[in-house]
Design a protein around this ligand. Sequence first.
Ligand code: WTA
Length: 632
Amino acid sequence: MNKINSIEEYHEEYSKSVRDPEGFWAEKADTFLWKKKWNEVLEWDFDAPSVKWFMGAKLNITENCLDRHLENSGDKVAILWEPNDPNESSIKLTYKELHSRVCAFANVLKRNGAKKGDRICLYMPMTPELAIATLACARIGAVHSVVFAGFSARSLEDRINDATCNIVVTADGGFRGAKTIQLKSIVDKALENCPSIERSIVLKRTGEEVKMEAGRDVWLHEELSRVDDVCPAEIMDSEDMLFVLYTSGSTGKPKGVVHTCGGYMVYAEYSFRNVFQYEKDDIYWCTADIGWITGHTYIVYGPLLAGATTVMFEGVPTYPDAGRFWDICDKHKVNIFYTAPTAIRALQACDISLVKKHKLDSLRVLGSVGEPINEEAWHWYNDEIGKGRCPIVDTWWQTETGGIMISPLAGLTPLKPSYATLPLPGIQPCLVDADGNEIVGNDVQGNLCIKYPWPSMIRTTYGDHNRCKEVYFSAYKGKYFTGDGCRRDEDGFYRITGRVDDVINVSGHRFGTAEIEAAIDEHENVVETAVVGYPHEIKGQGIYAYAICHDTNVDIALFIQEINKTVTEIIGPIAKPDKIQIVHGLPKTRSGKIMRRILRKIAEGDVSNLGDTSTLLDPSVVEEIKAGASLE
Ligand code: WTA
């Protein structure tokens, strides 16, 4: 087993991984089930970019997630599902049951025309069927593209079309807290403009009436009654595509990050086991949605590869009350709990008795992901939830990295609040200055890059390899650029300071400011918008939009409502601006570039030192914006 047991062992492993990366990863990969071993461990060129791991090897990731556990742990619970409504029963699926459900679902996909290499979109609530559908795609070698079920019809449409999916799997609806989301009707709307879709397979979850289009839409339960549960795993090449997952960048539309089978598998398991220091009978719960990378790697693949029991939660942290997370921890005796700082801060702001009435004595390890965790939230998490006896792993990584890159190993690495601490073995981070020079030594700050490939790294952006090159491999020659700023302290510990590009992180969700601007611009009264992030107590960052209107004589409350509606329609409710200010002009340079630095300062409420504004085309707009902002 690939488990590190002490900090000394970590340092040894780390040195080995730098000295002999290929030997190091070959040893890790050896513990998996391969149909055929590799001829070569790694071939890479960051300029192309081209990265290939375990070349020539053949495998199917689901055999490693499921089949290989059947003999010894077939009756162990693989997925423990907790419904939105606490009065509905939870569901336990053993490895045997999950295996048979995945095979049956895979046969449904095949019956509906799916084959190896096809792209299949999953737009589903957090039900066991979402995990099953994900694995069913992998079983038959189809590429899954999971779209978070909070995105709008337009976003779904864009993602389906970008990857030319031929099947979409959805549900009649989904429960989230007190709300019901009508997923099928959102899909219907999207499919008006998705010519590649031949089938939609619909799970019955809410029981609401939905429109079924003959020849296109089929019910999952009816399809399941027509298939058996025997489905041999498709043999995949190590570098065949496993999935595409869309994420926002600083420019353009969200891009499809592509991950491949072999390397992703090895790194997902290795990082899961070591970061959380997973032990055989642990109950592990990651509160993310499978629609994000965290759910892919640390609800589905990592835990199942390790043979763990992974908890899946359908609902939200505040329903029926803000004690729900802690109810679930006690109910299922959760040992490892992994969530986002935004959830911690939101729950911290609620009545503490909702925490105090719980035992929380099964918890052993706590995790944090998605955004920097501020010290106050860190201490509250540590004191109130971990009772001072559970190490917190602050895990830094990205959709593009596939797995956790910089993080403590629970209980082994010394902790520092707000520090992701040290890189995992195999990960070679470096800091660079504005000129692209590597900053060596400690007690320094710069832009975070990774200078050597790791198995689960992004291979391309779907349908546009050049974009992958431009965004990640062109800023600094020979290095993968993360988009994050970072400090390395006197002990060599890493602290992520946040994005240095035009990406904002709202409640752990990534958005490009340009993407939100484009959405707001669709409102008929908007001439131009500029969007920036600003510090927000709960969300980490809030969205501040400055809008120039054709008609400035508007009812501001109504205007805000309309903008929210527009953004909800185009992206989804999670991208709604927190603040909107109507302005007459934006601070632009003579070449027409918006000086966001100034807008960020004003949004932060820090107007005392706006820096040099002399290069602006019209410096007076700054005064107007400042005056307008202070009125709020
Ligand atoms: C941010 C989520 C500080 C970072 C897994 C990164 C973090 C972006 C942390 C990726 C952390 C993630 N500390 N910042 N522990 N984890 N981030 O693709 O800015 O949704 O670039 O992946 O989230 O977001 P993504």
